[in-house]
Design a protein around this ligand. Structure first.
Ligand SMILES: Cc1cc2nc3c(=O)[nH]c(=O)nc-3n(C[C@H](O)[C@H](O)[C@H](O)COP(=O)(O)O)c2cc1C
Length: 229
């Protein structure tokens, strides 16, 4: 393997990149918003999109990407200031010699959002045949934080067994489930923010994606809390 020397060896943990994998499950917006939220917090991002995700991204976001997209175009698509470009590196899924393929390359951890059942199965079986599954394998072997946002419904027993296998290996599984208890969550954006806020909490990164329980106004006269009929 022709691994190029890595530049992040001596970075303090807060400057280490988060590897973001986007797969061909529905919910590409969860991947793109993830990048946006991380970059807004000035967290470096190393992005890998699977080949299948490119089709889903086009279907769902009407954004045509090549897989090895220039970071400038993604930053532009996200509406972020161009100064953020230096924080985003994009790798092709076939690039098994890219930095996230090696445990010597330090990262804060990895998030796969949305995660297809195919990628889930590959990780659970230890098959590192593309950069997303290899980087996940490396994240696990180095005992770093691996967070998966799996998307499928309904789930069959194979999916559930694979999720259990990964959970037993210490993977944090954050399914994008509907959430209702605060008004913050009453829109599609609110639901997405809820899921990604949970991811940010797991990464130990600050965010203001939702009001935290206990920080909302009291339930008797609050305009924020959803009242049950
Ligand atoms: C529009 C569209 C939506 C899809 N949604 C899902 C999904 O939610 N979950 C899933 O596991 N697979 C979904 N698939 C199928 C995956 O794309 C397919 O299994 C693919 O092989 C996954 O490969 P990857 O894990 O390398 O991205 C979807 C496919 C398409 C075209």
């Amino acid at each position: 393997m022709n691994l190029t020397p890595h530049s992040n060896q001596n970075l303090p943990v807060q400057d280490l990149p988060v590897v973001v994998g986007i797969t061909g499950a529905s919910g590409s917006i969860l991947g793109f918003r993830m990048i946006e939220v991380l970059l807004q917090q000035n967290c470096p991002v190393e992005l890998v999109m699977t080949e299948k995700s490119l089709q889903v991204i086009f279907e769902e976001l009407n954004f045509k990407v090549s897989g090895q997209e220039k970071s400038e175009r993604i930053i532009q698509h996200l509406g972020l200031p161009s100064e953020k470009t230096g924080l985003l590196k994009v790798f092709g899924n076939h690039e098994l010699d890219a930095a996230p393929s090696s445990g010597t390359h330090l990262t804060r951890g990895m998030v796969i959002t949305p995660c297809s059942m195919g990628t889930l199965g590959r990780i659970a079986a230890g098959i590192g045949d593309n950069l997303v599954s290899r980087a996940a394998d490396v994240t696990l072997k180095e005992h770093r934080k691996l967070i998966i946002v799996p998307r499928e419904s309904p789930l069959n027993q194979i999916h559930l067994k694979n999720l259990l296998t990964l959970s037993q290996c210490g993977v944090c599984i954050i399914p994008p489930v509907l959430t209702f208890y605060l008004k913050d969550f009453q829109s599609m954006d609110g639901q997405i923010n809820y899921t990604l806020g949970k991811v940010m909490d797991q990464l130990g990164l600050a965010h203001d994606l939702y009001t935290r329980w206990g920080n909302h106004t009291s339930s008797n006269n609050t305009p924020e809390l959803v009242k049950t009929p």
